[in-house]
Structures are given as structure tokens and as C-alpha cells.
Ligand binder design. Structure first.
Ligand SMILES: Nc1ncnc2c1ncn2[C@@H]1O[C@H](COP(=O)(O)OP(=O)(O)OP(=O)(O)O)[C@@H](O)[C@H]1O
Length: 474
């Protein structure tokens, strides 16, 4: 090792130390050996291919800063990767060169294993590498709106964030449909731990990336460093675990990593698009481990929570949207939160591009453009769906013969609204409710009107539903 190279690298370390945590510094920078200095080009030796890729994915900015500070603008960094063949004492060194320098191979006393570009030429930091843990700093508990839809998962997540690895929620498995906030929640846990008092190595990885890294490690003969790396993590957050289905070798590797982490009281957090019992193509021994901790689901947020999510978003974007528009969006977009956010962003974009105020009319136009088949008119079907959801009954029961009290009330309310909000005749309305005759519809309308007069609880619920239909038929 040249003393010049050492001196330069020591300088670099002083810069890097100021920008990374103590733990990252000892994990990722202490094992590096400076090899040589050639003009303003410093070669450093890293223990494995995996290590090299990790540095490149996660610490490129710090390395760049250190090199430029120490060697000036023309400073360059090159890597020597110790090839992992399971026997490090035998490992040859592969020197890496900048792209475009291939015809000018430098000689090394040991065999050159492969060519690598320098990190500075590969500044393709993926969106994932936003922080050292691959966590998006905006995904916090603070920005994650609480509602009935996520209460259990959120509070379990918070407990885990306070005492990672030592609550009974290990592993914590969060499942739910597309765009319902799984990633946001598990990253909020990660951010909370990372910003907490203890110096924990938190790592977020998508299952897809985990599979790809594992496959690459097989290809490159690096499996050992892959495993060692994952076994060092204090908090492993692995997203969309269903992606491991059918990938037997990766599952086996994950099984070992899981066991090691769990035995060492390290926290494991996973997400999935369905409950563990429905995860097809995953080994039974993995599934049974997933059930050791806590499994919590996320549901579609209810109307109030959707309003709160929109308001939160408005606050973070620094924009104002009138209440009727907020309510309209919250009523209409009930598929998932990502879609709700998407429509909100389109609305903001439309208003600012066309220099118009955000209004209900604009919201409706944007909505029609985005969701082609959106049902903007109130029809009997829509009323039946909304009323049965509101009363928590099966939609088909509105058409069935059943005379159960709660179903009769819901049916009468739905008939009442069908009369008020659609152009269907009494006969047609009766037909849509299991072929009842028009006098049944008249009776329903009269009963509902009477109840509105006499029963305030009933009146409130009818008003709430009415608001929803008015939004549509505006
Ligand atoms: N309760 C919530 N409060 C605030 N924002 C939320 C909430 N739930 C979801 N979001 C937002 O909705 C968007 C989609 O969430 P996220 O990506 O976490 O969903 P997901 O369930 O992981 O989706 P996928 O199934 O596609 O992986 C994100 O922008 C997220 O911030």
C-alpha cells in the first residue's frame, strides 16, 4: 500500500466521517484499504463485489465529496474488488477502471477479474437510494394519517419503532390491497428507528431487489457476502413479500437470514398484498414463521380519513382547495390512496397550467378525463351500493325477500333516494328492488319522510347519504 494513497484516503475518511453515522462508517468505510495513488486517481480495495455495489448505490455522494475535497475537481476513484470465492486468503484482486479506459488496462500482479466503471460515472442513484437505508424521509408517522382502516397496524408499527426486536411483534407483517399505504407505514417505522436515539442499521428493500441481488450474488460467486450483509442488519424491512412466491432458492436464503435475525432479536418487518394464509407459492416453514409475530391489515380509508389525507397533502403542497372539492374527491375516489393522491395532483396541475381556480367543476372534468368510465350520474345501482355499504348489509339483500328490520329500513332508504335522485318511474324503481310493485315504493318514501320528521338519528344518517348523492348529481 502506498503511503501517499493512505494519506489521501485518511483525508477522505475525515470528510466521510462527518456525513455518515458511526455505524455506517465502521461497517462501510473502515474495511476499505487504499491501494495506490496515480496522479489524482485513488484506488481503494473493497472486500467484495456486493460491498462495492452497496457503496455505489448508497454512498456515492459522500465518496464524491471526499475525493473532490481531497484531490480537487479532477479527482477520481477506482476500485479493487477482492473476489469472494469462499476462501478469502486465496482471493485474487480485480482492479476496476473507468469506462472508456478499457483499451488501456493497467497491469496487476494478480489476475484481473472484471472491469468496473467508477461510481462517479454511474451516478444513476435509484429513487430507492434516497437515504442510506433506502428510506424515503417523507414517509413518517407524522405524515401517515390514522383512521379505523389502519389503527392496529399503525399502533403495532409504533410499538415496534419504540422497541425494535423486543416486542412480541416480530416479525411484523402488514398486508393490504394496492396503494393502501403499506410501504409508507413500514418506512415510517424505519425512519422512526433511524432517527431515534440508538444507532441501528435499518434497511428497507423490496422483495424484487432482494431476489435480484441474490441472483447476482450467485452469478458473481458472492453468496457469502450477500448473506453476511443481510445478517448484520438490525431492522430489516422487506416489501411485497409475495414476490418471493415460487422463487425457492431465494426463499431458502431468506429463511436462513430470517432465522438468524430473529434469534439475534433483530426486527423483521414485511409487507404483503394478502394475509399469510393466502400467500401461494411460499414454503410452509416460512409462512409459519411469519405468524410468530403480528399480522395487521390495512383497509381502504373511510370518508373522514380520506378527507384528512387530502388536507394533509394540501398542507404539504402548500395549496388551498375549497371544502366542497375536497369532499367531492373523498367521496368519489374510493379505490385506493395512491389513486386519490394521483387525482389530486392532476387537479392541481390542471389548475396551475390553465391558470384557473380549483373548483368543483374543474374537479369533475379532471375526474372524467382520468377515469373514463367513472359513473358521475347517480343511478339506482349506485344508490343501492352506497346505502348497503352505509348500513353494512349485503347489496343483494335489498332485492331479496327478507323482512329483517335493518334490511327493510335500508331498502326503504334506497328506494327513497332512487325516487329523489333518478328519473326512474315508481314502477321501474320497484322493478330494480327485486320486482316489487309501485305501491311498495310509495310506502317506502312515505315511511322515510315520516322518520326524517320524528327521528333525529335517522335524519342525520339520511342527510349524510344525501350529501354523497348530491356530490354526484351536482
Ligand atoms: N394513511 C395514509 N396517510 C397518508 N398517506 C397515505 C396513507 N395511506 C397511503 N398513503 C399514501 O398513498 C400512497 C400509496 O401508498 P403506498 O405506496 O405506501 O401503498 P402500498 O400499499 O405500499 O402500495 P403497493 O401495493 O402498490 O405496494 C403514498 O403516497 C402514501 O404516502
Amino acid at each position: 500500500m502506498s503511503s501517499e494513497a493512505s494519506a489521501v484516503w485518511n483525508e477522505c475518511l475525515r470528510v466521510i466521517e462527518q456525513h455518515v453515522s458511526e455505524q455506517s462508517f465502521s461497517t462501510w468505510f473502515k474495511p476499505i484499504n487504499p491501494v495506490k495513488l496515480d496522479g489524482t486517481s485513488l484506488t481503494i480495495q473493497v472486500p467484495s463485489q456486493f460491498f462495492y455495489e452497496w457503496l455505489e448505490d448508497n454512498y456515492i455522494q459522500e465518496l464524491k465529496l471526499a475525493i473532490k475535497t481531497t484531490l480537487g475537481q479532477s479527482g477520481r476513484l477506482e476500485y479493487a474488488v477482492v473476489v469472494d470465492r469462499g476462501n478469502s486468503s486465496n482471493s485474487p484482486i480485480a482492479v476496476s477502471y473507468p469506462q472508456g479506459n478499457h483499451g488501456n488496462k493497467k497491469t496487476s500482479s494478480q489476475p484481473v477479474q472484471e472491469q468496473k466503471t467508477t461510481p462517479f460515472e454511474m451516478e444513476s442513484l435509484g429513487a430507492e437510494a434516497l437515504t442510506k437505508s433506502n428510506l424515503n424521509p417523507n414517509y413518517t408517522f407524522n405524515t401517515y394519517i390514522e383512521g379505523d382502516c389502519n389503527r392496529l397496524a399503525r399502533s403495532a408499527g409504533f410499538a415496534v419503532a419504540t422497541k425494535p426486536g423486543i416486542t412480541s411483534f416480530n416479525p411484523l407483517m402488514v398486508y393490504g390491497g394496492v396503494g393502501l399505504g403499506k410501504t409508507h407505514l413500514v418506512q415510517a417505522i424505519g425512519n422512526e428507528i433511524k432517527n431515534g436515539p440508538e444507532d441501528k442499521f435499518v434497511l428497507y428493500v423490496s422483495s424484487e431487489k432482494f431476489v435480484n441481488q441474490f441472483m447476482d450474488s450467485i452469478k458473481d460467486g458472492n453468496v457469502k457476502s450477500f448473506t453476511n450483509f443481510y445478517m448484520q442488519v438490525d431492522v430489516l424491512i422487506i416489501d411485497d413479500i409475495q414476490f418471493l412466491a415460487g422463487k425457492d432458492r431465494t426463499q431458502e436464503m431468506f429463511f436462513h437470514i430470517f432465522n438468524h435475525l430473529h434469534q439475534s432479536k433483530k426486527q423483521i418487518i414485511m409487507t404483503s398484498d394478502c394475509p399469510p394464509r393466502d400467500l401461494k407459492g411460499l414454503e410452509e416453514r416460512l409462512l409459519s414463521r411469519f405468524k410468530w409475530g403480528l399480522t395487521a391489515d390495512l383497509q381502504m380509508p373511510d370518508f373522514e380519513t380520506r378527507v384528512a389525507i387530502i388536507r394533509r397533502k394540501m398542507q404539504s403542497e402548500g395549496i388551498f382547495i375549497p371544502d366542497d372539492v375536497v369532499e367531492y374527491l373523498a367521496y368519489t375516489v374510493d379505490t385506493n390512496v395512491r389513486e386519490l393522491e394521483g387525482i389530486l395532483i392532476s387537479l392541481i396541475a390542471h389548475a396551475s397550467l390553465n391558470r384557473v381556480e380549483i373548483s368543483l367543476q374543474l374537479a369533475k372534468t379532471v375526474m372524467k378525463n382520468i377515469i373514463k368510465d367513472i359513473e358521475t350520474e347517480v343511478g339506482i345501482e349506485f344508490i343501492q351500493k352506497a346505502v348497503s355499504e352505509y348500513y353494512g348489509i349485503n347489496q343483494d339483500d335489498l332485492k331479496a325477500k327478507t323482512r329483517k328490520k335493518e334490511i327493510v329500513v335500508a331498502r326503504q332508504v334506497a328506494m327513497y333516494f332512487s325516487k329523489e335522485f333518478t328519473n326512474h318511474s315508481l314502477k321501474s324503481i320497484g322493478y330494480h328492488f327485486g320486482g316489487r310493485d309501485h305501491s311498495t315504493v310509495i310506502h317506502a318514501v312515505t315511511t322515510v319522510n315520516d322518520l326524517i320528521e320524528t327521528d333525529s338519528t335517522f335524519r342525520n344518517s339520511v342527510n349524510e347519504l344525501k350529501k354523497k348523492f348530491k356530490m354526484r348529481s351536482y
